[in-house]
Ligand binder design. Structure first.
Ligand SMILES: *[C@@H]1O[C@H](CO)[C@@H](O)[C@H](O)[C@H]1NC(C)=O
Ligand SMILES: *[C@@H]1O[C@H](CO)[C@@H](O)[C@H](O)[C@H]1NC(C)=O
Ligand SMILES: *[C@@H]1O[C@H](CO)[C@@H](O)[C@H](O)[C@H]1NC(C)=O
Length: 410
């Protein structure tokens, strides 16, 4: 068994360093579904009609989101990624949806999604082409922003392929202006820092002023090594990126791959817990028409979603690394705190981790109330600064807890 003396008072409480993009959106991390990781650029609707990128796919996801409790759980945006457009713009220079795969067009799809009480997201690229080689928006920012607004689109994921890296900032901010000019509030999801890191340290003040969330690191894959690399990158850069997160703008570690093929159930719990701690957008990329009940229950776990959507809107930090455990903490509203303990030892069985509230854990002085959320719900009851609590964590799994202070006069 292992012990940790928490040093919790850390920099967990600074408010975001700069102003967020002022479009009234993403006051909490965005929740929804995005096609890329699971469906990629599958455009063969003759051979694979159920899984190809077509209006049918989004309509079916929207249907399931309403029928199966996803919308009620908070998942709201149904998002299209790359490979939706036609290879040619129309005579007026506007983007067009592929006519065979989107016979109704995007406006009709948006109307359908809105009729279900959901929102529609679309994808474009700041450069000459999208990553998959479809027309990019360079030279067409105002035209494309207006087209998306005319179609009643609610979110734009703006990729960064085929763009001069020295002009990324100019491109992303010009598109932000073009979106604003349409008068329609469109949530703006950027990949600006991801493409800027290879050339220089991104300016997160400018990014927060421009985008509602922003990808920093590689695309997520359906594997534990991918999820782990994202967590590692985030922890390694936390002092740079976390101060820019807050209501209106968030760091985006990419999609949830829960419910697919690559993660064990413990690893799925780790992704869900840590994405909530990181105040990350919860954009699932999976097949909601066919998902295992355990993954569904995890993705719809209200207690975890409440951590994700906490009104204080602060991103959590990795606060400790000891004996192949990592401790991550997120400050919550009402002086509460969420704690995730990740067992990164990928050999052996469950290991016990002893939480000692003694050092620095002010919220347990004089008393606190501890609730375990993962891997199972357990009320650990009233604790004091002298308590020692033991949680058992499976290899590559996570124990997730919330701690609520109890003031002496209540
Ligand atoms: C455009 O920007 C102004 C000033 O920041 C803001 O007040 C307004 O709400 C924005 N409009 C849209 C549609 O984003
Ligand atoms: C970063 O961007 C902000 C806001 O646009 C600007 O005021 C600041 O000078 C920039 N910082 C650097 C180091 O370029
Ligand atoms: C501790 O939290 C649990 C779960 O929210 C709640 O049921 C219980 O009443 C709380 N106990 C105290 C003493 O606040």
């Amino acid at each position: 068994m292992c012990c940790l003396l928490f040093v919790l008072g850390l920099v967990l409480s600074a408010a975001p360093a700069s102003e967020a993009l002022d479009n009234g959106l993403a006051l909490k991390p965005t929740m929804g579904w995005l096609h890329w990781e699971r469906f990629m650029c599958n455009i063969d609707c003759d051979k694979d009609p159920d899984n190809c990128i077509s209006e049918r796919l989004y309509m079916q996801m929207a249907d399931v989101m309403v029928k199966e409790g996803w919308k009620e759980a908070g998942y709201e945006y149904v998002c299209i990624d790359d490979c939706w457009p036609s290879h040619q713009r129309d005579a007026q220079g506007r983007l067009l949806a592929d006519p065979k795969r989107f016979p109704g067009g995007i406006k009709k799809l948006a109307d359908y999604v809105h009729s279900m009480g959901l929102k529609l997201g679309i994808y474009a690229d700041v450069g000459k082409n999208t990553c998959a080689g479809y027309p990019g928006s360079l030279g067409y920012y105002e035209t494309d922003a207006q087209t998306f607004a005319d179609w009643n689109v609610d979110l734009l994921k703006f990729d960064g392929c085929y763009m001069d890296q020295t002009r990324l900032g100019e491109g992303y901010s010009n598109m932000a202006k073009a979106l604003n000019k349409t008068g329609r509030p469109i949530l703006y999801s950027c990949e600006w820092p991801l493409y800027e890191w290879p050339v220089r340290k991104p300016n997160y003040t400018a990014i927060r002023e421009t985008c509602n969330h922003w990808r920093n690191f590689n695309d997520v894959y359906d594997s534990w090594s991918s999820v782990k690399s994202i967590l590692e990158w985030t922890a390694d850069h936390q002092d740079i990126i976390i101060p820019s997160a807050g209501p209106g703008g968030w760091n985006d570690p990419d999609m949830l791959v829960i419910g697919n093929f690559g993660l064990s159930h413990d690893q799925q719990e780790s992704q869900m817990a840590l994405w909530a701690i990181m105040a990350a957008p919860l954009l699932m990329s999976n097949d909601l028409r066919n998902i295992c009940p355990r993954s569904k229950k995890l993705l719809q776990n209200k207690r975890i979603i409440d951590i994700s959507q906490d009104p204080l809107g602060r991103q959590g930090y990795r606060t400790g690394k000891v004996d192949n455990f990592e401790v991550w903490e997120r400050p919550l509203s009402k002086n509460r705190r969420a704690i995730a303990i990740l067992n990164v030892q990928e050999i052996g069985g469950p290991r016990g981790f002893v939480i000692r509230a003694a050092t620095g854990w002010n919220i347990c002085n004089p008393q606190c109330n501890v609730t375990q959320i993962l891997p199972q719900y357990r009320e650990m009851g009233v604790q004091t600064a002298h308590s020692k609590m033991v949680v058992s964590v499976n290899p590559s799994g996570t124990a997730l807890l919330t701690v609520t202070p109890i003031s002496s006069n209540s």
